[in-house]
Design a protein around this ligand. Structure first.
Ligand code: 5GP
Length: 210
């Protein structure tokens, strides 16, 4: 039975290339914050470690987890399956840990719709401009034009989901963005005042989508 002492759930989503994974890792260094490790059918990147960055599984195993109803949420993203298993999350929350989710908008929608008894804060991270996003994606995908083009098109679709999040934060500078998210989380936990300008965000979205 959830209680006051339980942890809270914090979701960070963003279009690919906005720098969310780095932010989640930085937030997990906060006292009492832990990252929810997802399952995925995607191949590990050379920098990634099994059971640490993801539980890398094959499609058969993933589908078994689906039919056993072990997922709190799951989705197909860029042709691979990604999902969050329920038990580790609930265990952490019941122990008073705050759980960070690096998941896409589909997963965020599913968790929101579950209306669990744990406090939930959702953040959508955006790049400062389309040009910066293009540069970041080109660097990450080593100028593979096809992938970069596909991610830029996906961006146009993903950005529209900003409206379903509690806060939209622009990742112009990592430290700056981290500190904004950090203060908003603290304000939510301790019921403090929130430094958040929705009109500024609306204007930024208009620029990104024009
Ligand atoms: P990547 O393959 O670059 O690690 O992640 C691709 C996308 O999948 C990112 O937007 C990431 O947030 C999302 N993602 C990672 N894990 C999960 C998950 O468990 N559920 C959902 N719905 N999305 C996830």
């Amino acid at each position: 039975m959830p209680s006051e002492k339980d942890g809270i759930m914090i979701i960070l989503s963003s279009p690919s290339g906005a720098g969310k994974t780095t932010l989640v890792k930085k937030l997990s260094e906060k006292d009492n914050f832990e990252i929810s490790i997802s399952h995925t059918t995607r191949q590990p990147r050379s920098s990634e470690t099994q059971n640490q960055d993801y539980f890398f599984v094959n499609e058969t195993d993933f589908k078994r987890l689906i039919s056993n109803e072990e997922f709190l949420e799951y989705a197909k993203v860029f042709n691979n399956f990604y999902g969050t298993t329920r038990t580790p999350v609930i265990d952490k929350l019941n122990k008073g840990k705050n759980v960070l989710f690096d998941i896409d908008w589909q997963g965020a929608d599913q968790i929101k719709n579950k209306k669990l008894d744990y406090k939930l804060i959702t953040f959508f991270i955006l790049p400062p401009s389309k040009e910066t996003l293009f540069q970041r994606l080109s660097k990450r995908h080593m100028n593979d034009n096809l992938i970069v083009e596909e991610r830029m098109k996906q961006f146009e679709r993903d950005v529209l989901h900003w409206i379903n999040y509690d806060y939209v934060v622009i990742n112009d500078d990592l430290d700056n963005c981290f500190s904004k998210i950090n203060s908003l989380i603290d304000a939510e936990i301790f019921d403090g005042s929130k430094d958040y300008d929705l009109n500024f965000i609306r204007n930024h979205i208009n620029k990104l989508t024009s």
